[in-house]
Design a protein around this ligand. Structure first.
Ligand code: BT5
Length: 264
């Protein structure tokens, strides 16, 4: 891949400007700088390798060369409620793209708020970062990392959730750049609906662990356990405790995992 090939791969899509790099620190970091210097809406940065790929809250996202997708889309025309729904937009676009290749009983799903799982393992992560101007978001940097070939899957130690890659779940070789185009097409198709009742419905349909007992680790480290009943109309998560009381989990530093049935 190179700049010229990226432009021809994505020709015809209603995107802004495009930039391709072989190796970057983080596509989100570069995109943020580009947004500040006036990148048009829907400009895209894609890279083969990241040396300081970011997850949430200073966590790392690993992108070794030749094996994964790492890209960031700059959105300057954004709705005010922003980041949570845009994380879902990225995750749903990846899910829906993969689900065209996966058998219906093994669908890719969204682990609220920002991960894509297949076979209950993480194969993509989304990081939507809002950049504010006063009290309104001037831009959202929507960063997406997808593990495509097995080389992209980090060693299990050091991971906070089991990981996999697209080729493993599809069971065949996958055209990495063809997948980029397909995800972007899906993203552009879903974007007008961000935050709408239809969008929340689609998100809820794709929600991993719905109807299961889960643990949510909150910002202060406290663990909340509950039955994952679904989403509220604003995309926050609804948990029910054993007494039947509902709790809303806000977007923030939460990490969600199924409760090990043996420990119940
Ligand atoms: C995420 O954070 O999952 C968001 C990842 C977003 C990455 C994209 S790539 C393009 C753009 N540019 C960037 O710099 N970032 C975005 P979080 O939920 O915090 O998960 C991070 C955790 O996932 C780490 O602490 C590891 O445990 C695990 N992890 C790291 N690399 C992984 C990989 N390649 N596959 C699966 N898990 C990984």
């Amino acid at each position: 891949m190179n700049q010229f090939e990226l432009e021809s791969l994505l020709s015809g899509l209603p995107l802004g400007k495009l930039r391709y790099y072989g190796k970057v620190t983080s596509t989100n970091e570069l995109a943020a700088r580009w947004a500040e210097s006036g990148a048009p809406h829907l400009s895209l940065i894609a890279a083969d390798e990241q040396t300081q790929g970011r997850g949430r809250l200073g966590r790392r996202w690993l992108t070794p060369p030749g094996s994964a997708l790492a890209f960031s889309l700059i959105l300057t025309e954004v709705k005010a409620e922003a980041a949570l729904a845009y994380n879902a937009l990225g995750a749903l676009a990846v899910c829906d793209t993969l689900n065209q290749a996966l058998p219906p009983m093994l669908p890719a799903q969204v682990k609220w708020p920002n991960d894509v799982l297949a076979q209950r393992k993480k194969l993509a992560g989304v990081l939507a970062e809002a950049h504010w101007q006063g009290d309104r978001p001037a831009a959202i940097i929507l960063g997406i990392g997808v593990n495509v070939s097995p080389v992209s899957v980090p060693p299990a130690e050091g991971l906070n959730f089991p990981a996999t890659c697209v080729e493993e779940v599809v069971g065949a070789e996958v055209d990495r750049w063809g997948l980029l185009r397909a995800i972007l097409e899906k993203l552009l198709e879903l974007m007008p609906y961000v935050g709408s009742p239809d969008f929340i419905r689609l998100w809820q349909m794709r929600l991993a662990f719905r109807g299961e007992w889960v643990q949510v680790r909150q910002e202060d480290g406290a663990l909340l356990e509950g039955y994952l009943s679904g989403l509220n109309p604003d995309g926050t998560l609804r948990l029910r405790d054993r007494e039947g009381h509902f709790t809303t989990v806000q977007f923030g530093e939460v990490s969600l995992r199924p409760v090990d049935s043996s420990s119940k």
